[in-house]
Ligand binder design. Structure first.
Ligand code: BDP
Length: 670
C-alpha cells in the first residue's frame, strides 16, 4: 500500500497530475500521512512497534517530516516532556507553544501519545496554541471501548465491511498495528474482540493465545483487550454440570479462568456479557438475578483490576411494550452490583433506531455504574452505503440526558464497531467518520458534531474550504435526513425482516414473534398511527423524569413513538418529512458530484456510487411507507408531494438480497 501510494505520487508528480489514487485505507491520516510513509512494503510489514515510547517518537518524527507541508509556519520543532501534573491525570496532556517550539507535557506516556495525535489534529484545524499559549485536554470518561461483533469463524454480525480482522484467518500484524494507531489517535483505549452473542470457545487455549497476541500489538498504543463471554461457559465448555452463579464450583471455574487469562494478558480489561437476552444463557436460567450473575464474574476479575460490562439489552417475547422491559428488570437491582461491574445500556430502549428517546434506565438507576452503548456500525441507518453522521445522534443522547441533570457523566462508553477487513476498514470512506466521531465523543461528550465533522474532513480529504463547507453541511444534515426518509415523527423498527436495511412496515409473517414485526411498533389502523406509551397505553412515559417526560410527550420528533395519534394530525406531517428526507438525500448526491476537483478519482467514484444509491433508497423508503400507511389514512398525498416513483405492489414483492447489498436492487423494479 505504502509503496503503491509512493509510486502513484511519484507518477503523479512526473505527469503533473494533481491527485493520486487512494483506496481509503489511510483513514483520517490521508493528509498528515503516517510516520512510516515511504518505507518499502516489506519493511512496513516487518515493522514492530514494541513500546509506547517508540510509538510516541515515531509519531513525533512523522509530524516533523511532514511539517514543511502543513506546519512550517507555526512550528520549529516538537518536544515531549514527561512530568507529573495533577491537571492532566492519567491520560491527559498539555500542549504549549514557546517561540514556535511545541511542547507536549503529560504525567504518563499515554498522555504524551494522545498529545502527539492532538498536535496534528489541531494543526490541520489551525488551532494549535499561539506562541506563549497552551491548552490542556484530558478525557472525561475512563473506559472508551470498541465492541466488535466478530464471530470466531470470521463473519461479523451486523458488519458491512467484510470479514473480521481478528478471527477466521491468520492475524495480519500490520493491520492490527494500523488499527491500534487509528484508535489511539482518537483516544479509544479498549476493545472487545468478539461478538456479544459469544461462543464459549472464545475461552479455548487457542483463542486466549490469539487474544494475547493481539494485546501485545495493541499495548504500545494504550489499548486493552476485553472478551465477550458466554454465561454458560462453565457448563458448555468447562465440563461442569451447571453454570449457576451461586454454585461454588462455577465460581471457582471463573476464578481459575481469570487467573489463566491474566497470566498471558497481564493488562486484560475484563468481560462483556449478554445474558438472558435474545436466547443467550444467563443467571435467569437458574433463578438468579442479573446482579448475582454479574457479581460472580466481577469477583473473579477483581483481584486483577478487571471489569464486567453487563448488558441491559433484555426483552421477553411478545410483551405488551418492549420499551418498558429493561427498566422494569434492572431498576429493582439498583445498588446491588459490585464496584467493578458497569451496566452497559443501549442509548435507546428499543434497539439502535435512527431516532429513539434515551433509555430511561440512565436516569432511573442512582446507585449503579452505567455506560452507554452506541452503535457505530450502521445496522439501522443505511449500512455502509448511506452517509449518516452519528455524532448528531449521540449529541442528542447527551443533550436529552443533560436536560434532566447537566452534571451526569459516565465512567465508560462502548461503541459497536463498523470495522472489517475491507480496504476502507468501514465499507466506505464516509462510514469512517463514525469510528472517528465515536472516539472523539468518548473522550469528550461535550464536543459538538460540527467540530468533529470539520476535523475529520480536513484530516481525511483536504483543507480547502470549497470542499469543507458543503461537505460539513452534508454530514451535519445527514442523520436527520435518514430519520426523515426512513422513520420520521417517532416511527421505529419498521424495517424489513432480518436485514434491517429497507422498509417493510407490512412485514408480519405467521409464527414470527410479534415484537420482531413492524406492526407491533407502528400500530397503524383506521384511526391513526403510533404506539400509545402514555398513561392511556403502556405508560412508558412514566419511566422518564421531568423535564424530559414533558418534552418527549409533546415533541413532534416522537409523536408516534409515544402516541397513537389521529391521521388528521399525523398524515400531513408524515408526508412532509418523507419528502424532506428524499430532497436532502438527493442534495447530498448533488453536492458530492460537485466535489470531484477536491478528492482523488478513486475515492470520488467509490463514494459517488453510494450517494446515488442513498438517494434512490430514500425514494424507496418514502414510496413504500407513504403508500402503505395511506391504506389506513385514506387521505390523499399533499398537493406539493411529488408522484411516487415506485408502486407499493411492486415494492411489496421485492426483498433485498441480504448478501448482495452493494448492488442497486431498486433499479430492477419497473
Ligand atoms: C440487535 C442486533 C443483533 C444483536 C443485538 C444485541 O440486530 O444482531 O445481537 O442487537 O445487541 O441490534 O445483542
Amino acid at each position: 500500500m505504502k509503496t503503491f501510494r509512493t509510486l502513484i505520487l511519484a507518477a503523479a508528480t512526473l505527469c503533473c497530475l494533481s491527485v493520486s489514487a487512494d483506496d481509503g485505507h489511510d483513514l483520517w491520516f490521508r493528509l498528515m500521512q503516517s510516520p512510516y510513509w515511504g518505507l518499502s512494503q516489506s519493511d512496513y510489514n516487518a515493522l514492530k512497534v514494541t513500546s509506547m515510547r517508540q510509538a510516541i517518537d515515531d509519531e513525533v518524527n512523522g509530524i516533523l517530516k511532514h511539517m514543511p507541508e502543513y506546519m512550517g509556519k507555526d512550528i520549529a520543532t516538537i518536544r515531549t516532556n514527561l512530568s507529573k501534573d495533577a491537571n492532566t491525570g492519567e491520560e491527559g496532556f498539555i500542549i504549549s507553544n514557546d517561540k514556535r517550539t511545541i511542547t507536549i507535557s503529560a504525567s504518563t506516556e499515554k498522555g504524551l501519545l494522545y498529545g502527539v495525535f492532538a498536535v496534528s489534529r489541531l494543526e490541520l484545524a489551525g488551532k494549535l496554541p499561539k506562541p506563549g499559549k497552551s491548552i490542556v485536554d484530558k478525557p472525561m470518561c475512563q473506559y472508551r471501548i470498541l465492541n466488535h461483533w466478530d464471530n470466531l469463524n470470521g463473519t461479523i454480525e451486523r458488519g458491512f465491511a467484510g470479514r473480521s480482522i481478528f478471527f477466521g484467518k491468520p492475524i495480519d500484524d500490520t493491520i492490527i498495528r494500523e488499527y491500534a494507531r487509528a484508535n489511539a489517535s482518537v483516544g479509544i483505549n479498549g476493545t472487545v474482540l468478539n461478538n456479544v452473542n459469544s461462543s464459549p470457545q472464545i475461552l479455548s487455549d487457542e483463542n486466549i493465545k490469539l487474544a494475547a497476541h493481539v494485546a501485545d500489538i495493541l499495548r504500545p498504543y494504550g489499548i486493552k483487550v476485553y472478551l465477550s463471554v458466554n454465561f454458560a461457559s462453565p457448563k458448555a465448555f468447562g465440563g461442569l454440570p451447571t453454570a449457576d452463579p451461586l454454585d461454588p464450583a462455577v465460581r471457582q471455574w471463573w476464578k481459575a479462568k481469570a487467573k489463566e487469562l491474566y497470566k498471558v494478558i497481564p493488562d486484560f480489561g475484563g468481560f462483556l456479557v449478554k445474558a438472558n437476552s435474545e436466547g443467550q444463557p444467563g443467571p435467569g436460567d437458574f433463578g438468579r438475578t442479573h446482579a448475582e450473575g454479574a457479581n460472580m464474574m466481577a469477583e473473579a476479575l477483581e483481584p486483577f483490576g478487571g471489569i464486567v460490562m453487563w448488558r441491559a439489552f433484555v426483552y421477553a417475547p411478545d410483551s405488551p411494550d418492549r420499551a418498558n422491559q429493561a427498566y422494569d428488570e434492572f431498576m429493582p437491582l439498583d445498588g446491588q452490583f459490585h464496584d467493578n461491574v458497569i451496566v452497559q445500556i443501549k442509548n435507546g430502549p428499543i434497539d439502535f433506531q435512527p431516532r429513539e428517546p434515551v433509555s430511561p434506565l440512565f436516569l432511573g438507576m442512582k446507585n449503579t455504574k452505567m455506560m452507554p452503548e452506541f452503535q457505530i456500525t450502521q445496522e439501522y441507518t443505511g449500512e455502509s452505503i448511506h452517509t449518516c453522521f452519528l455524532a448528531s445522534m449521540w449529541r442528542e443522547f447527551y443533550d436529552d440526558i443533560h436536560m434532566v441533570d447537566p452534571s451526569i457523566q459516565y465512567p465508560a462508553i462502548a461503541g459497536v464497531a463498523n470495522i472489517g477487513d475491507s480496504r476502507t476498514w468501514c465499507g466506505s470512506d464516509m462510514s469512517q467518520v463514525n469510528w472517528y466521531a465515536f472516539g472523539r465523543m468518548a473522550w469528550n461528550p461535550d464536543i459538538q458534531p460540527a467540530q468533529i465533522a470539520d476535523e475529520w474532513l480536513r484530516q481525511t480529504f483536504t483543507i480547502n474550504p470549497k470542499f469543507l463547507k458543503p461537505m460539513t453541511k452534508v454530514l451535519l444534515q445527514s442523520r436527520e435526513a435518514v430519520v426523515s426518509y426512513m422513520m420520521p415523527i417517532g416511527l421505529h423498527h419498521i424495517f424489513a425482516g432480518n436485514h434491517h436495511y429497507g422498509p417493510e412496515p407490512w412485514y408480519a409473517p405467521r409464527g414470527v414473534r410479534s415484537d420482531w414485526t413492524p406492526p407491533y411498533y407502528h400500530k397503524a389502523d383506521a384511526e391513526g398511527l403510533g404506539f400509545d406509551r402514555m398513561a392511556t397505553g403502556s405508560n412508558n412515559i412514566a419511566q422518564y423524569p421531568e423535564p424530559l417526560r414533558t418534552y418527549y410527550a409533546n415533541s413532534d420528533k416522537y409523536l408516534v413513538y409515544f402516541h397513537h395519534a389521529p391521521w388528521s394530525r399525523v398524515w400531513p406531517l408524515l408526508c412532509k418529512k418523507y419528502d424532506e428526507g428524499v430532497r436532502q438525500a438527493e442534495q447530498f448526491a448533488t453536492t458530492w458530484h460537485s466535489m470531484k476537483a477536491y478528492v482523488d478519482a478513486e475515492t470520488f467514484d467509490r463514494q459517488a456510487l453510494r450517494f446515488d444509491r442513498q438517494a434512490k433508497d430514500a425514494w424507496w423508503w418514502r414510496d413504500a411507507c407513504t403508500q402503505y400507511f395511506q391504506q389506513f389514512s385514506k387521505m390523499p398525498m399533499p398537493k406539493k408531494s411529488p408522484a411516487p416513483r415506485y408502486q407499493l405492489a411492486d415494492l411489496m414483492k421485492y426483498r433485498l438480497p441480504i448478501d448482495n447489498y452493494t448492488a442497486a436492487p431498486i433499479d430492477q423494479l419497473p
